[in-house]
Design a protein around this ligand. Structure first.
Ligand code: ATP
Length: 544
């Protein structure tokens, strides 16, 4: 299949329905194909549950009625701290139906992270799984939180009027809900960024965001359009419920298109995940590069999978896992790039040839481009600049929640700057260089950490690597890499030299790491991204 990229981009037009919300979309699906399975849940203990679109619609309505009875009103901020669970969608949709703003939090956050978010956005309600109440109890006094709703909790332990259970809120409520009329321009959520480069930022989205996913991420990343027979597909996005990616895929694509989705609650183990792919008959998988890198070390040929698509996002996708998966399963992992603030901005979308190492081309209707770092001029092919999106694009966020100074900084020009550097080739393919903050400048050369890391992990001894800037008297800085060795290898000075020699062959010699340190782990955000900022600080302390 081939597509004419230019025609698609030229012909794309936005037509955002005024009354669109994901809750109304789920209502429409229930009316059209209510018996279709929406959630195909399983967990690591072997528990299974299936919910149809009718079930989901009724669950959403009952919870929305219950929330209203508790006093929740349009415009309230409702946080949630939930694992992947059969009721997660129902809770999220029920909260949205009341016109509240959802504030998703990762279940990996600790008490102080939750306290920060609750105060930052002035949240009044939190829905928390029973296993995570320890994170909430100690902070209640210091936050505006008025009510806590516990999922799977037992009323017996709750001695305060502040606490109730999901069950007690929903039980006995009507499966019809007559809530406030919402429009696509009503605020929908406050999604905190990962905090890879500093404090997490409260990104405000309107209901329109979900429509944009349906129109962009659906066809131009997941390959789902009106010709897709959703009865034949099983989607699996491995992300957690508190991340923007949950809204990018399970909600933004899965629910808005009316697909059937696998939700698996369990730790990531390559073999377990590969067995699930095979046993459940997953047809479209969206995972993160770390997971693909770990799949690449497994015996992929021995799994009889039915995948017709594999997608990746969140970090650059290396050459090695792409090639391994192509060889074993005949599908090419397609990288997609974007942020909490946006929809998919650049993707390898179905029908365009994947250039290994490239994030793909700008998605239609969104307008991502590359501009100079210190002005708003677009760069020429081959030049490095910052990925940016016109501020009036409907496919980006609506500012940071009650942070006028951040809005001024990020949204007052003609473009919203992503803070990521990239270049574009003559054919319009984007190549990721790194976050502007992570770029290494050594002897006047600008070096993207990804290029160094990508080359280094193609050496058998290297399992994972992070490259940062390390202060140096003569050169200003040099490239330093922190390396986690593959099983069976031991760190030594000889191995350092071997890796350095290898790198001089693999990449332009000025990029080779002059300093190497072997470590057992790398600092990461709870979404699994390498926090190079911490490594840079360590280097500053050691060498200045
Ligand atoms: N396909 C991809 N290739 C390379 N990098 C990617 C890709 N997808 C996402 N990213 C990186 O992830 C970032 C978006 O992540 P997210 O919105 O979760 O917040 P964050 O940028 O990690 O957090 P913070 O803004 O608080 O530092 C992008 O700006 C980019 O740096």
């Amino acid at each position: 299949m081939g597509v004419n990229y230019n025609t698609i981009v030229e012909e794309f037009e936005w037509d955002i329905p005024e009354s669109y919300t994901v809750t109304s979309a789920v209502g429409d699906h229930a009316a059209s194909f209510g018996d279709r399975v929406a959630v195909h849940f399983l967990n690591e203990d072997g528990y299974r549950e299936e919910l149809t679109y009718n079930d989901l619609h009724e669950e959403m309505n009952r919870f929305a009625n219950g929330l209203e009875e508790l006093g929740v009103e349009k415009g309230d901020r409702i946080m949630h701290l939930l694992p992947r669970h059969p009721d997660t969608f129902g809770i999220q949709l029920g909260a949205l139906a009341t016109g509240s703003l959802l504030v998703p939090c990762s279940s990996m956050l600790r008490a102080k992270d939750i306290e920060f978010r609750a105060n930052d956005c002035n949240a009044t309600t939190i829905v928390v799984h029973d296993s995570l109440t320890d994170m909430v109890e100690p902070i209640l006094e210091n936050t505006p939180l008025e009510r806590v709703i516990v999922l799977e909790g037992d009323e017996g332990g709750l001695d305060d009027e502040q606490w109730s259970t999901f069950q007690s809120v929903s039980d006995g409520q009507s499966a019809e809900y007559d809530g406030p009329a919402l429009t696509s321009e009503d605020p929908m959520s406050i999604n905190y960024t990962s905090g890879t480069t500093g404090q997490p930022k409260p990104v405000l989205h309107k209901h329109r965001w979900q429509y944009c996913f349906n129109q962009i991420n659906g066809p131009y990343w997941w390959g789902i359009d009106e010709e897709t027979d959703l009865e034949e597909e099983l989607l699996w996005a491995t992300t957690g419920t508190g991340w923007a990616k949950w809204f990018w895929s399970p909600v933004g694509v899965g629910l808005t298109t009316g697909a059937t989705q696998l939700i698996y609650d369990g730790d990531f183990e390559p073999e377990t995940f590969l067995e699930i792919l095979e046993d459940e008959g997953v047809t479209k998988l969206c995972a993160v590069p770390t997971q693909y890198r770990m799949f690449a070390n497994a015996d992929l040929d021995s799994y009889d999978v039915q995948l017709n698509d594999t997608l990746s996002a969140g970090e650059p996708l290396n050459r090695e896992p792409i090639e391994r998966i192509q060889d074993a399963w005949g599908v090419t992992p397609r990288d997609g790039y974007g942020q909490t603030e946006t929809v998919a901005l650049v993707t390898n979308y179905p029908g365009i040839d994947v250039k290994i190492g490239s994030m793909g081309k700008p998605t239609p209707g969104v307008g991502a481009t590359i501009i100079e770092v210190d002005n708003e001029k677009e760069v020429e092919p081959g030049e490095i600049g910052e990925i940016a999106v016109p501020v009036d694009s409907p496919a980006i966020f609506d500012g940071y929640y009650e942070k006028p100074e951040l809005d001024e900084q990020k949204l007052s020009g003609e473009y919203y700057r992503t803070g990521d550097l990239a270049s574009q080739d003559e054919d319009g393919y984007f190549f990721f260089e790194g976050r502007a903050d992570d770029i290494i400048i050594s002897s006047g050369y600008r070096i993207g950490p990804f290029e160094v890391e990508d080359a280094l992990i193609s050496h058998d001894a290297v399992a994972e690597a992070a490259a940062v800037d390390s202060p140096h008297d003569e050169r200003g800085s040099v490239v330093k890499t922190y390396v986690i060795l593959a099983e069976g290898y031991e760190g030594s000075d000889d191995l350092k030299v071997e890796l350095q020699e290898f790198m001089k062959e693999e990449t332009a010699p000025y990029k080779y790491p002059r300093r190497i340190e072997f470590v057992d782990e790398l600092p990461k955000t709870s979404s699994g991204k390498i926090r190079r900022v911490e490594l840079r600080e360590q280097e500053q302390e050691k060498h200045s």
